[in-house]
Design a protein around this ligand. Structure first.
Ligand SMILES: C[S@@+](CC[C@H](N)C(=O)[O-])C[C@H]1O[C@@H](n2cnc3c(N)ncnc32)[C@H](O)[C@@H]1O
Length: 344
């Protein structure tokens, strides 16, 4: 398999993920991309196919297996292992909506400014630089340049290797091993920043803190993706109300004058406690569901339930409440692994 046919194959799959309306084809294209990329990244993922074996011999980059890696720590959230991050590719709707949102945001930015290249920061790029690499083939060299950042060195190295192998390295500005919760962007700021470092209810991973740190480090008029992440409650399929909404505006709420996150402010914002009145008495055990929705960019929305990991629902059981008041209590991405939503 020569390099150009590998590039063509990748681009064909990317085109399906970015443009095909039928999810069944998008799913198959994610499988195809996984075969191509996993062989580049970790030899242990290779199945016994001669096609993949050929790729392995030609392109394998020696890298430690993720299960032997030391876990990288970050304040305000747990980091997903490299193999866990690689598996995100197969979360088909997630991958589709995030990649399409990113492409649309770059296109919008190209209309809003004459500056070229459009600078994109992919914060938490994973081992494939997946979101950037999926959209890169749709832009010419010089139109867009990607900075790929991850807290795991192996992810940064593998992303660079992937970019080389699929012929997109000339569109990559830099590969950065850094904690996105603390990273200061030197020099010219990105026009677009994307980060998918979240689980449903913004639990576990540090999406909230990454948004807070990077949300005010954009070029003028720049776009942070996702544009909003909304956590809300439903009772009997009717919306009860919003529990939290995350946008880049959070930066102004939790940073000091030097542009650093103030831990106390961050912790306070990450502990959500909100009372909503149901408008009628609530019986013990009535089902109330906490949902998550991600607006990646404009109409590219990952709805509740479309990705178990990112927008899965959480069923609660309420206590009796004559007044109809329901209090929701949960913590986001604090690293404390709070997996419950407390309802009283
Ligand atoms: C859910 S995966 C997503 C990977 C890829 N962007 C995608 O969409 O397929 C999240 C990635 O963010 C990285 N990450 C988590 N916390 C981070 C932090 N504080 N700084 C930099 N990267 C981080 C993880 O190592 C992981 O690769």
């Amino acid at each position: 398999m020569d390099r150009s046919s590998l590039e063509n194959r990748f681009t064909d799959y990317a085109r399906i993920i970015l443009e095909n309306d039928r999810d069944i084809y998008v799913g198959s294209a994610c499988d195809g991309i996984k075969d191509v990329l996993s062989s580049v990244v970790t030899g242990d993922l290779i199945k016994s196919s001669s096609f993949l074996q050929g790729l392995y011999e030609e392109y394998y980059v020696s890298s430690p297996r993720s299960d032997s890696l030391e876990k990288e720590r970050c304040d305000f959230g747990d980091t997903l292992s490299p193999s866990g991050a690689a598996a995100c590719l197969k979360d088909v709707k997630r991958t589709k909506v995030f990649a399409r949102g990113l492409k649309s945001a770059i296109e919008k930015m190209m209309k809003m400014t004459d500056e070229r290249p459009i600078r994109v920061l992919d914060a938490g790029c994973g081992p494939y630089g997946l979101l950037s690499m999926l959209v890169a083939p749709f832009f010419k060299e010089g139109e867009v340049e990607f900075s790929l950042l991850d807290i795991y060195k192996v992810n940064v190295e593998c992303s660079m290797r992937v970019a080389e192998v699929i012929g997109q390295i000339a569109k990559c500005r830099e590969f950065i091993k850094a904690d996105a919760v603390q990273h200061r962007i030197e020099g010219r700021k990105p026009h677009v920043i994307i980060s998918e470092t979240m689980q449903t209810r913004l639990s576990v991973e540090p999406q909230v803190a990454i948004t807070a740190n990077l949300g005010d480090q954009l070029a003028d008029g720049g776009i942070f993706l996702p544009q909003s992440i909304r956590i809300y409650a439903e009772m009997n399929d009717q919306e009860l109300g919003e529990l939290f909404i995350l946008t880049s505006a959070i930066s102004a709420e939790v940073k000091d004058s030097c542009g650093r996150i103030v831990p106390n402010l961050m912790s306070r914002i990450s502990s959500v406690k909100k009372k909503i009145n149901a408008g009628r008495p609530v019986e013990k055990g009535e089902k109330v569901v906490v949902k998550t929705e991600v607006r990646v960019f404009e109409d590219h929305v990952l709805k509740s339930g479309e990705s178990e990991a990112v927008t899965g629902s959480f069923n609660t059981r309420t206590l009796k409440s004559e007044s109809g008041d329901i209090t929701f209590e949960f913590e986001m991405g604090t690293g404390k692994k709070v997996s419950e939503v407390f309802v009283s």
